[in-house]
Ligand binder design. Structure first.
Ligand SMILES: Nc1ncnc2c1ncn2[C@@H]1O[C@H](COP(=O)(O)OP(=O)(O)OP(=O)(O)O)[C@@H](O)[C@H]1O
Ligand SMILES: [Mg+2]
Length: 391
């Protein structure tokens, strides 16, 4: 996966955590000085979350610290057979903790990589505070010498990317219902970051490889190393060097570095398009004009007769026609050029939760042909209308 070139070298100074219940204060201090604090700071850089009892309340176990040799033992010395995958930060291994026998995923940060201590710290701090059924659980970390490792819950079905693209022979293709369930769950994870955290957390790295799947294809967002605390007060954006993955980055953010919650909504729209179409955000093996998914999709959004052409051929026509239109309408709104025309994530959650609840029965319902029933074209709306229906 490629990272968008950043405008400056990562600041490798570590930050510290101040924590009381759900408070984190981001400061420039070394990792070994992370300490609990006795109060909630009033500074803009203090993050807190509104707990929702549905999400498991505050009875979360704090991230543990591991010494390097425990993780060497867990992965049998980072054996090749234990390798789950590799990304821009380093390699991810499957392991078993000797102390608890728990199966985990261990990410060993590449010590020579561009992504450094800062991203490691942000990941640890964010995931120590943020807990939701649709966010991956950080079990602990290791900062032994110059080793930096993150220990996560193991997600048995891997990433959404593994199930949508380059599918290995014999792997079950994702059916329509599962796709909508994954989309709705990922949107809920993002809604938690945007609406429950204060100030909001801008995720900045939403893409299919960062949506991990548990039993029953339950989705969880992972990789918070690039996450940013969002704007506070009257500010509508935070200015930052441009980081993220090409193809998922909102155009205004890529051009100006001005980051808003709507940048995440754009990235979510790209992911939703991938879920519906089975195409990659950027695919250089396709014909010119089809390589960038959003650029390919935009003219098709205008012509409802073309909607069925957008459905993933792997679905083999097994999808509800109306559900396809509605899912495409949501995606079209999310990837609009103008950030203020994109919906807020809460409305996307409402729409996708509804779509995920509409079970399509493959056995009894007809395979879709290209003949389409009338459909309402995608509507756009402004923030002021955010409680209005999406269709
Ligand atoms: N908790 C986990 N459980 C199971 N597999 C995981 C877990 N975390 C990561 N993986 C696997 O490891 C792969 C690499 O993950 P990683 O986050 O390092 O990179 P990436 O998301 O693919 O790319 P990038 O670094 O550009 O974001 C994932 O695609 C996934 O298949
Ligand atoms: Mg990742």
């Amino acid at each position: 996966m490629g990272w968008i070139p950043c405008s400056g070298k990562s600041n490798s100074k570590a930050k510290t955590k101040k924590e009381r219940k759900n408070t984190i204060e981001l400061q420039e201090k070394p990792l070994d000085q992370i300490k609990p604090t006795s109060g909630i700071s009033k500074t803009n850089s203090t993050l807190s979350v509104k707990e929702d009892p549905k999400d498991g309340g505050s009875d979360h176990i704090a991230a543990q610290t591991f010494v390097f040799r425990e993780l060497v033992a867990a992965t049998r010395n980072f054996r090749a057979e234990c390798l789950l995958g590799e990304g821009g930060f380093g390699r991810v291994y499957k392991g078993r903790l000797e102390s608890t026998n728990q199966v985990v995923a261990i990410k060993q940060l590449d010590r020579n990589g561009l992504q450094g201590n800062r991203e490691f710290l942000v990941e640890v701090l964010m995931l120590s505070l943020l807990h939701h059924p649709n966010l991956v659980n950080l079990i602990g970390y290791c900062a032994d010498g110059d080793q930096r490792l993150l220990v996560y819950e193991y997600m048995p079905l891997g990433s959404l990317e593994d199930h949508l693209h380059d599918i290995s022979p014999g792997k079950r293709r994702l059916d329509w219902n599962t796709r909508m369930k994954i989309a709705a769950g990922a949107a809920k994870g993002l809604e938690y970051l945007h609406d429950k955290a204060s100030p909001p957390v801008i995720y900045r790295d939403l893409k299919c490889s960062n949506i991990l799947l548990g039993e029953g294809y339950h989705p969880k967002l992972s990789d918070f190393g690039l996450a940013k605390l969002g704007p506070v007060g009257d500010n509508t954006h935070v200015s930052t060097r441009v980081m993220g993955t090409y193809g998922y980055c909102a155009p205004e953010y890529a051009m100006t570095g001005q980051l808003t919650l709507k940048s995440d909504v754009y990235s979510f729209g790209v992911v939703l398009l991938e879920i519906i179409t089975g195409r990659k955000a950027i695919d250089n093996s396709r014909a010119t004009g089809e390589q960038n998914l959003v650029a390919w999709a935009r003219p098709l959004f205008k012509d409802r007769k073309k909607f069925s052409q957008m459905a993933d051929p792997m679905l083999q026509g097994q999808y509800p026609q109306r559900g396809l239109y509605q899912a495409l309408a949501v995606a079209a709104m999310c990837v609009q050029e103008q950030p203020n025309m994109r919906p807020v994530i809460a409305d996307v959650v409402t729409a996708l939760t509804y779509l995920a609840s509409q079970k399509h029965d493959q056995e009894t319902q007809p395979v879709q042909s290209s003949r389409l029933a009338p459909c309402t074209p995608p509507r756009t709306k402004r923030d002021s209308e955010r409680k209005a229906q999406l269709w």
